[in-house]
Design a protein around this ligand. Structure first.
Ligand SMILES: [Zn+2]
Length: 582
């Protein structure tokens, strides 16, 4: 995409904004009265389902929360009403995951030469998401300077087995990214990788924010998958205030110098753990052919999203308009790619005219990430396909396995668990069709969007036959899609082949195809709501995936696997799933 056209579109956008606001105002209603659904895959049915599934009452469906329970109960009730076979635990539709809410025990204390430092008063610690945090009991403190400052930074030998104290970067950049910064360089290249612990000094709002984040919160959960190799231990992550820093270093922070050794700390952060709700929803439509119904075509989406925003609510309408303007400028940048100077200038120039929106309605403050597109669109489209298969006159020869995965936003937990502990024989799954964000993709959502826009990832990776089949079915659609394969390229920076649930099937040699209409400005924002969804586009994606599934289910042979299957299903997926030599 050339720079000039971007400028033209931004100007057009600026000029258009009142009109856009009006057009936006012409958007769909904020509330929608549910209508009876039918066998046909229709925009109306999808609208009925999505306004329920992505309603504020679902609280953003975060794993571990009541919102997640309500959302999965809705799906289970729907598939039960359709008469599908339960394929979860113990004859239910639910497959529960070993997920736990882990929170810092407020009684935890650390001592330094007899001086007590109490949790939540002087320091807090986060449970981490990978392996168990290392012990800091009896380790010596060392000052590491400012977070992210690589000049004269500690060596690996200096940091190994120590509690490294870092000051936060001014202006918050790098704040809370201690771990990410710590992670930069991916493991061994990072000098702090073998520290026993890292304690970042915070003050003011940042300190308050860290304390808030450490308080018990339903969505603060960890996944303990016994079938996965134990995750390597990581450095204990603490946030401390200036008083604690002085006690640990033995001198005021202002007098600390890089590499300076401090006191020895006693004790460890302790965490409480209790089971938290996290469940996949699994249902089966038995196939019509006695010889083939023991084989399954899996169709999936993720039922979770990111919940309720921490911190103050935001002005929904102005954020939505700003996001659209921002994405029109930066939408085609690959992950990690920085905007050009000109784009930076354009971002500076964005001016949101709210007059027409304010005429329509007052400020609506919002703190719920409804996840209408991510992945409410995929979840209700899978439901709509379940209805079409259940009520359809012609039944597929092989069986259809519907899986609504939990914990995708946390790290593909639900699909990892289902494929490690499948409720049908794993090798009877002949293919998996995954949908994540299939409700947008139009011109105003991304620069390359349009009514027939669809991204495909992974369709030819493990099975050329499946990839070709997807393309041939598309040609038979009333309005064939124009496929965008750019995110399927080996090494592509967005790494999408590794970043959604299909990968957990592919790692076991199951051919997959990932369907998405792509990112947009409302991605992972409170503004990802049902009124911005393109239901016609979504219904056509649904019909297309239905047709592909029917075709695969009716083949007289299972699709042929001719691509490279990972040697170890537990190895980390990188480089967009391509061998690293690429
Ligand atoms: Zn998603």
């Amino acid at each position: 995409m050339t720079a000039h056209s971007t400028l033209r579109r931004a100007c057009a956008l600026l000029l258009l904004l009142p009109a856009a606001a009006a057009a936006q105002a012409g958007e769909l209603p904020l509330k929608h009265k549910p209508q009876p659904t039918s066998a046909a895959i229709s925009a109306g049915d999808l609208m009925t389902r999505l306004y329920i599934f992505a309603d504020d009452s679902m609280q953003g469906r975060e794993t571990g929360t009541v919102g997640h329970l309500k959302a999965t109960a809705y799906i289970a009730a729907q598939v039960k009403a359709l008469g599908l076979k339960p394929a979860g635990d113990h004859g239910t539709y639910f497959q529960n995951l070993p997920v736990f809410q882990r929170s810092l025990d407020a009684r935890s204390t650390l001592t330094v030469n007899g001086t007590r430092l109490s949790a939540f008063r002087d320091w807090v610690a986060t449970p981490g998401r990978g392996g168990d945090p290392r012990s800091i009991d009896g380790v010596q403190v060392i000052f590491g300077g400012e977070q992210g400052d690589t000049v004269g930074q500690l060596t690996a030998d200096q940091a190994r087995g120590k509690l490294v104290i870092l000051t936060a970067r001014p202006g918050g950049r790098g704040r809370g990214r201690g771990f990410a910064f710590f992670g930069r360089g991916r493991g061994s290249a990072n000098p702090l990788a073998e520290a026993a612990g890292i304690a970042t000094v915070e003050t003011g709002e940042a300190w308050e924010g860290a304390v808030r984040a450490a308080r018990p919160r339903p969505g603060n959960v960890i996944f303990k998958n016994p079938s996965a190799p134990p995750a390597p231990q990581t450095a204990a992550m603490l946030t401390i205030d200036e008083h604690a820093a002085q006690v640990l270093l033995g001198v005021p922070l202002s007098q600390a110098t890089k590499g300076m050794l401090g006191k020895t700390v006693k004790g460890n952060p302790r965490f409480d753990e209790k089971p938290a709700p996290a469940r996949n929803v699994v249902a089966i439509l038995p196939g019509s052919d006695p010889k083939l119904r023991g084989e399954y075509v899996a169709i999936g989406a993720h039922n979770d999203h990111i919940g309720i925003r921490q911190g103050p609510p935001v002005d929904h309408d102005s954020l939505h308009l700003y996001n659209a303007a921002r994405y029109a400028i930066t939408g085609m940048l690959a992950r990690g790619e920085r905007p050009s100077a000109e784009q930076e200038q354009e971002l500076e120039n964005i001016h949101i005219n709210l007059d027409s929106v304010r005429k329509l309605r007052p400020v609506r403050l919002d703190s719920i990430s409804n996840g209408a597109d991510d992945d409410g669109s995929g979840s209700v489209t899978v439901l709509e396909l379940a209805e079409a298969f259940a009520k359809g006159k012609v039944k597929p020869r092989r069986s259809i396995l519907f899986v609504w995965h939990v914990g995708e936003e946390k790290g593909l937990w639900g699909s990892e668990w289902f494929t490690d502990q499948p409720t049908v024989p794993r090798d009877s799954i002949v293919a998996q069709l995954n949908m994540d964000m299939v409700g947008r993709g139009d011109k105003q959502d991304l620069p390359v969007g349009g009514p027939t826009y669809l991204q495909l990832v992974g369709s030819h990776r493990l099975s050329t036959e499946l990839g070709d089949l997807v393309e041939s079915v598309n040609k038979t659609e009333p309005m064939p899609f124009s496929f965008d394969y750019r995110y399927d390229a080996p090494g592509q920076a967005d790494n999408i082949y590794c970043r959604s649930d299909h990968y957990n099937y592919a790692r076991y040699g199951i051919p997959i195809t990932f369907f998405t209409t792509g990112l947009h400005g409302d991605y992972h924002q409170v503004t990802d709501e049902p009124e911005y969804i393109d239901y016609d586009h979504m219904a056509r994606v649904g019909q297309f995936v239905f047709d592909v599934a029917m075709k695969v289910a009716d083949l007289d042979h299972r699709v042929k696997v001719d691509g490279p299957v990972p040697a170890d299903p537990h190895q980390r997926c990188v480089n967009n799933g391509a061998p690293l030599s690429n």
